[in-house]
Design a protein around this ligand. Structure first.
Ligand code: AHR
Length: 645
């Protein structure tokens, strides 16, 4: 596939606006602004076959759904835990190995030698659902007359977070933890760099509590220097025993003040998502039901969330990003929340339909948590967390990829009937594909997932051309090129762009679409590729992220009918285009947005003829062109070259 990456924009023409774009293996958008419409200045033509795209701007077009393009957030690749959830401490409650002792307190480690300090877990926590705490026995003593002096900075325990904590000079961090002690001492709370430099420190004067009671402590540390791979240490230089539990460190500056890592949340917000599907994926199912995500364990005070081991993606999560946080994130992004719940089916097990009753009640409780009044049982829990107003939950998905598993249909119907009875407005999403044959059960949407190679996804731009326009709508909740896609490359994004244009054209059959997965922490890839790559302090969008940005104005826009014409020697097989019209309220202009993907080997001149507007109404200064391209189809972005593609 040859790449020439050259673009020419065409000329003004009385009642017809012409825009000529030469494209080869790249996706381009022409954004034409006008009181009606406009065009950008003319550039040179290219020696390539010319294809004419004709659109009538005065045609009202068909309005596309407000929810057409959105996001799918799954706890995979440390998307939440060690990612979007800004908690810096990993394994805050020392429970990663379960509720029994000895538990796994990894990645916590001992500060000091064996002769100076002993650390280990016991079950003395004040939290009934998190019984494990960390016991720190300090053996050294600065005041001691003997020889066992504590080292500078004291001894105790430290946590390196998720492959290092990003501590920035001038920034503030709130450190909270629970403490129990039977003696008086000064506790040092510090962020230190990899090489042991103190970046921020506060001392807490701890009084002996004769009853050995627990108390919550909170300090704000302001960093005086930067390290992207820092750690948090809690240390003492006085002989005695103390206990720690539920240690948290968060930057005070988070997205909308709700605990989301700001730069990552901004990348989501830039996409103007119409919906947020969460929290999985397979994560919702679990390999075993006992390890599946359960909403009620992920709400309420963070200290008393038990956390769980996600046995599909194989890591522990403290569940700081839980059900409540998913709803809150959707609200903060202006997106409709779509809650995917477990329907009694994991990868290995299925609860028989006759026993599904308690699972149905659990989901009804979950909906009450989201939508119930603040004086309802579960609405009160939500209100106590700081959100007395109901969340706007109008969509739920009954399971994930479970259509052909035992008891799915029976279980589905039990959930469907109970939810429709209590919440008739809630739209329900089936796991069974209704794109080619009608569903054998009632649903508002059917879920459609596709992971494939670039050529096949390009071919799938026609996937919904012949899908029934009546009955449930398609929710393409997971799509991506996963073959020959490296860690996310240009050719994958081109195919995805073509597929999404196909969805725009078929947006009377497809009402929602989201790429998957959204995030990957580069230190622990569980799935590849992903839209946004990050580590403790950096982030970049793969081409698959940037291609989604081309569609950020599509939600609620009008699809303008268009035709493509070429001479008989020119093949149109590699080209897909769409024309949509969107009003921008901030400047009062209408935009005609033309998107095109040329997936073929040859450059094409795309000439745009727009009728139905006057050339005088063109606002050239507000018009723009956006190109996605790079030198080679396999090119990827990276931390060092985040905008290569
Ligand atoms: O997106 C990654 C996984 O792919 C999802 O968890 C699952 O639904 C699909 O199989």
């Amino acid at each position: 596939m040859a790449m020439t990456n050259m673009v020419s924009l065409g000329a003004r023409h009385r009642q017809v606006v012409q825009v000529a774009v030469a494209i080869s293996g790249l996706l381009c958008i022409l954004g034409l602004a006008s009181r009606n419409f406009t065009v950008v200045p003319a550039l040179a033509q290219l020696p390539a076959p010319t294809v004419i795209l004709r659109a009538n701007a005065s045609h009202p077009g068909r309005q596309m759904p407000e929810t057409l393009f959105g996001l799918f957030f799954e706890e995979i690749n440390h998307a939440g835990s060690g990612g979007l959830w800004a908690e810096l401490v990993q394994n805050r409650g020392f429970e990663a190995g379960g509720a029994n002792t000895p538990s796994i307190f990894d990645p916590w480690y001992k500060v000091g030698t064996e002769a100076q300090v002993i650390i280990g877990t016991d079950r003395s926590s004040p939290f009934d659902r998190n019984p494990v705490a960390l016991k720190v026995e300090v053996l050294c003593d600065d005041d001691h007359k003997g020889l066992n002096f504590c080292p500078k900075g004291g001894v105790g325990a430290a946590n390196p977070g998720f492959w290092g904590m990003n501590i920035l000079a001038g920034s503030k961090y709130r450190v909270e933890f629970w403490l129990r002690s039977t003696y008086s001492f000064n506790l040092s709370i510090a962020f230190t760099s990899r090489d042991g430099k103190v970046l921020a420190r506060e001392y807490l004067s701890v009084d002996a509590d004769a009853n050995g009671g627990w108390s919550k402590q909170s300090v704000v540390l302001k960093a005086k220097s930067t390290d992207h791979y820092a750690r948090l240490s809690l240390t003492s230089s006085t002989k005695g025993v103390f206990w720690l539990d539920q240690v948290s460190a968060m930057p005070t500056d988070t997205f909308k003040g709700h605990g989301f890592r700001k730069e990552l949340a901004m990348m989501l917000s830039d996409l103007k998502p119409g919906f947020l599907r969460f929290p999985g994926g397979c994560y919702v199912e679990g390999t075993r039901l006992t390890n599946a995500f359960r909403w009620r364990d992920s709400v309420g005070p963070y200290e008393n969330r038990p956390g769980h081991y996600g046995d599909v993606w194989n890591y522990w999560s403290d569940d700081g990003f839980g059900y409540y946080e998913g709803l809150q994130l959707a609200e903060d992004l202006g997106a409709a929340p779509i809650w995917v719940f477990n329907n009694g089916i994991s990868h290995w097990e299925s609860v028989p339909t006759e026993a599904i009753g308690p699972w149905v009640q659990d989901v009804l409780d979950g909906i009450e948590f989201a939508r119930g009044p603040a004086n309802s049982t579960w609405g009160a829990v939500r209100a106590k967390m700081g959100h007395p107003e109901p969340f706007r939950l109008h969509h739920v998905a009954i399971g994930n990829e479970d259509c052909w598993k035992p008891f799915y249909r029976g279980n589905y119907m039990e959930f469907y009937k109970a939810i429709k009875l209590m919440y008739p407005d809630i739209q329900m999403i089936s796991n069974c594909d209704g794109s080619s044959v009608p569903l054998d059960h009632p649903a508002d949407y059917y879920d459609f997932h596709v992971y494939t190679d670039p050529n096949n996804l390009f071919a799938m731009r026609h996937q919904f051309d012949f899908t029934s326009r009546s009955g449930p709508k398609a929710f393409v909740s997971e799509y991506a090129v996963t073959v020959n896609s490296g860690h996310g490359n240009l050719v994958a994004a081109l195919a995805e762009g073509a597929f999404l244009i196909g969805i725009e054209l078929n947006s009377d059959a497809v009402h929602m679409a989201s790429y998957a997965p959204l995030f990957v922490n580069d230190n622990d890839r569980r799935w590849n590729p992903d839209a946004i790559v990050f580590n403790s302090w950096q982030e970049y969008g793969t081409p698959s992220y940037w291609v989604q940005l081309f569609f950020k104005n599509s939600n609620g826009a009008h699809l303008v009918p268009s035709t493509i014409q070429a001479d008989s020697s020119t093949s149109l097989a590699s080209l897909i285009t769409s024309v949509v019209r969107k009003h921008k309220s901030s400047n009062g202009l209408d935009y005609l947005i033309v998107k095109a993907v040329n997936f073929g080997d040859c450059a094409l001149n795309l000439e745009l003829e727009v009728s139905g507007i006057s050339a005088n109404d063109v606002v050239a200064a507000e018009s723009y062109i956006t190109l996605m391209t790079s030198e080679a189809l396999m090119d990827e972005n990276s931390f060092t070259n985040p905008l290569k593609v």
